[in-house]
Design a protein around this ligand. Sequence first.
Ligand SMILES: *[C@@H]1O[C@H](CO)[C@@H](O)[C@H](O)[C@H]1NC(C)=O
Ligand SMILES: *[C@@H]1O[C@H](CO)[C@@H](O)[C@H](O)[C@H]1NC(C)=O
Ligand SMILES: *[C@@H]1O[C@H](CO)[C@@H](O)[C@H](O)[C@H]1NC(C)=O
Length: 603
Amino acid sequence: MASLLAFCQVFIVDQGLMIQLFVLVAVAMCLALPSLSAPTYRDYSYWTRSTRASKHAVIDFQVALTQRNIDVADQLLIDISTPSSPNYGNHMSIDEILDLVAPPAPVSEEIVNFLEMNGCYNVENHRDMIKASARVEDVEALFEVEMYTYKHITNKKMTIVRSGESYKIPSQYADQIQMVAGISELPHQTTRPAPKKVDISKSDPGLVIPQTLYNLYNIPTGYQNNANTSLCLAEFQDDQSFNKKDLASFAKETAITPINVTNIVGPYSPSSPDGESTLDVQYGGAVAQTANIWFWTVQGWMYEFSTALFATTPAPWVVSMSWGWPENLQCQSGVASCTNGETSEQYVQRVNTEFLKIGLRGISLLAASGDQGAPGDGSPGCNNKKKPLSTIFPGASPYVTSVGATMLNAPTTAATPVGAAQPPICSKQKCATSTSETTCTYPDALITTGGGFSDYSPVPSWQASAVNAYLKSGVALPPSQYFNSSNRGFPDVSALGHNYAIFLSGGIEQVDGTSCSSPVFGGMIALLNSYRLNNKKPTLGFLNPLIYSAPSNCWNDITTGNNKCTESCCSKYGYLATAGWDPLTGRGTPNFANLLTYVKTLN
Ligand SMILES: *[C@@H]1O[C@H](CO)[C@@H](O)[C@H](O)[C@H]1NC(C)=O
Ligand SMILES: *[C@@H]1O[C@H](CO)[C@@H](O)[C@H](O)[C@H]1NC(C)=O
Ligand SMILES: *[C@@H]1O[C@H](CO)[C@@H](O)[C@H](O)[C@H]1NC(C)=O
């Protein structure tokens, strides 16, 4: 069992708030939610301002330039991602995408010049984004701020240099520069209520292991993947890590093909593995089998990650992100780099455009739909009267495939766990035997699957009829003032998210979370891409038009349960599962073999 303290410490990073979407059984999380009654732009409650920063300290930042043709790009993405389109799979190169959305070259060149003339160095022109470094005194002059050292209130050794007030965009470039990341945002530490004990009477008490998933989702084993298929697990902590010994024990005890982590990007410290990274690599790797596994740790939040991923070649073809925070709290809680007057909506829309660009390249993005049910991280105590339902970002983005969680019902018969060949772990531990699924919810599980309707993004064409069918199905809905029924519904799909066995620091841990579901679905997409690549076809890329047009035999429809609860309480408000798409489990959990049959029919 990872120590409580170590587990909590990894939540603090030097750029933003990161919430991992999983829970270890019996491990209390020690993060507190931002006070919703104090919607200050920058939350100082976890940091004390110390002295003015040294004039010579160096700040790295990213200047996001205003883009163009975003609606054209959006239509292009839908066209090349819709299976029935003659343009299906016509992905674009980085240059082609930037030719479309980046401002004209003279704009970025002029701003590069301006930054260099004002003391910035290492200035890199990425056409719709400029990266630069500068000393504190130059940053202060450029963005009209005073830079300070901030000390963390509990972890005194942790300091960060940030501005004392919101930065200002140089006025002559107000139209050309949308935002600047790295100057003003303060990371925000939160605590969550300790999860209460699970009521195991209603769910299968056995452990979920890779064979449970292979059997339940009809996934063949023994895959010899195309050498270019890949799955990337993205983590938003600079000290996140998994340990290769744990990976080897996991493979041995569950009798799966060894997992090959072929690409590590960002800081990696295998001596202190943590639950999120370990879960992601073990289950993404188990399902993707011999695919190339990327492990990417990000310093910063979604803007920094999306711009880095967009610019990477070769890039991983499938990326799973088990992280998130409410869309409307991106600026408020300091996660995102927002300046005065900038809203969470602007940050979310900017990152959505970066995700769109990634989709145009043929890369599939997946995100967990959250662990606090329909109330979400905006109402974890089930008592936010003003906004009792909240969303999640990136899990509510229309440019990601949002993955919710199911759990196994209690077994009705004493079935054998996983077919004839029992992996070694099942002779020591009780493995799951049930084969029927329901919505993953507290108190039967430690978490409740997130789901609902985006605050900001209108319902996309590929989803409109599924969402309309849900809204018109007669199923009881929350009061209409608490959700925006004309917007993108999430999640799109789901997979088991309760009682997974992971191998961490030499021991077995039981884990719950939509954090389990996203890498598992991602592993299946890596297998489908392997088929495409073997047949000289482009990767599946942006998945959602395919997900909604795939025949219904590709999905196990989950029709029972609700997501009114969080990780610790139940609210009056939430959604109910029903036949067809619903904002708890999406279209359902995958039937991989049938999905592959469908994918084989595509151009
Ligand atoms: C993998 O990709 C590289 C670069 O695109 C290509 O040259 C190679 O043929 C591919 N390999 C397979 C097995 O498809
Ligand atoms: C792991 O991947 C590397 C790099 O692609 C390759 O050289 C190696 O053979 C792989 N190992 C296994 C066990 O598949
Ligand atoms: C619902 O979201 C749309 C954006 O898709 C927005 O234009 C509209 O104002 C929102 N409605 C409410 C009631 O907030």
